[in-house]
Design a protein around this ligand. Structure first.
Ligand SMILES: [Cu+2]
Length: 275
């Protein structure tokens, strides 16, 4: 093996080590240093998003390699030296039909899983519990209308890890339950986004948006406001603690008492003039 070959091998090994090392760092529900793929999935919707992403990645790689191969063939076989007398052909019905039809078929092939995913995200299944998330400048409020109608604010906690993602009061949900999240904004447009659950939806004043997730693992999951909403846009994280049913029930009991007086309910104008 030549010197160049050895260098290339060295680079490949280094790259691979970095990649696997990066993956090993990856913790569930939060970003990790050197992360270069999607966050580990924690919900069925995210499973599908990951699958769709990988499917498109394979497809786009094959197409790119095919076009590259064609270009290489043209450059080698049809340059002025190798092919001094060019052909005068201008039309080839078969090829023209093929290069129209094949891309159409590829797009149709993409659209089927794409629409399936869109409907999975949009069609909220029968929910086990509803939480209303209200984006405010610059924190979130979570209301639990099904579990005692309490509401509390969730602000970024300076002293908590992970940095800029830890909050004082997390949203708590039971594992393996369909959680319907109703999202609105109290002042300006925010966006409720949590990568591990494949959730991202705008929080718009005067409008109630709806999304859902079913957490399949217990643990902490972090997201951020994803709509530029003012000077502290970067400091209104979303933290969701997924727990077992029993733990959730006891948390609800504590929360009912703890947040009972928290009647500072600044409900968004979504509950406006029609009520
Ligand atoms: Cu915001």
């Amino acid at each position: 093996m030549g010197r160049v070959g050895r260098h290339l091998l060295g680079l490949a090994v280094a790259g691979l080590t970095l990649a696997t090392g990066g993956a090993a760092f990856a913790e569930l529900g939060q970003p990790a240093p050197w992360e270069w793929t999607l966050q580990q999935s924690g919900s069925p919707v995210m499973d599908n998003i990951v699958w769709f992403h990988n499917f498109l990645f394979v497809l786009i790689t094959l197409i790119t390699l095919f076009v590259l191969a064609l270009l290489v063939v043209v450059v080698i076989k049809f340059n002025a030296k190798a092919n001094p007398v060019p052909s005068r052909t201008t039309h080839n019905t078969l090829i023209e039909v093929a290069w129209t039809l094949v891309p159409v078929l590829i797009l149709v092939g993409i659209s089927v899983p794409s629409f399936r995913l869109l409907f999975l995200e949009l069609d909220v299944p029968k929910a086990d519990l509803t939480i209303k998330a209200t984006g405010k400048q610059w924190y979130w409020s979570y209301a639990y209308p099904d579990n005692g109608k309490f509401e509390f604010d969730s602000l970024m906690a300076q002293d908590k890890q992970p940095r800029l993602l830890g909050v004082d009061n997390e949203m708590v949900v039971p594992v393996n339950k369909v959680v319907r999240v109703q999202v609105t904004g109290a002042d300006v447009i925010h966006a409720f986004a949590l990568p591990a659950f494949g959730v991202k939806i705008d929080a718009i004043p005067g409008r109630l948006n709806e999304t859902w997730f079913k957490a399949t693992k217990t643990g902490m999951f972090y997201g951020q406001c994803s709509e530029l909403c003012g000077k502290d846009h970067a400091f209104m994280p979303i933290a969701i603690r997924v727990v077992e049913d029993k733990e959730f029930a006891s948390w609800v009991e504590t929360a009912k008492k703890k947040y009972a007086s928290g009647g500072t309910s600044t409900y968004a104008s979504a509950a406006g003039p029609t009520q």
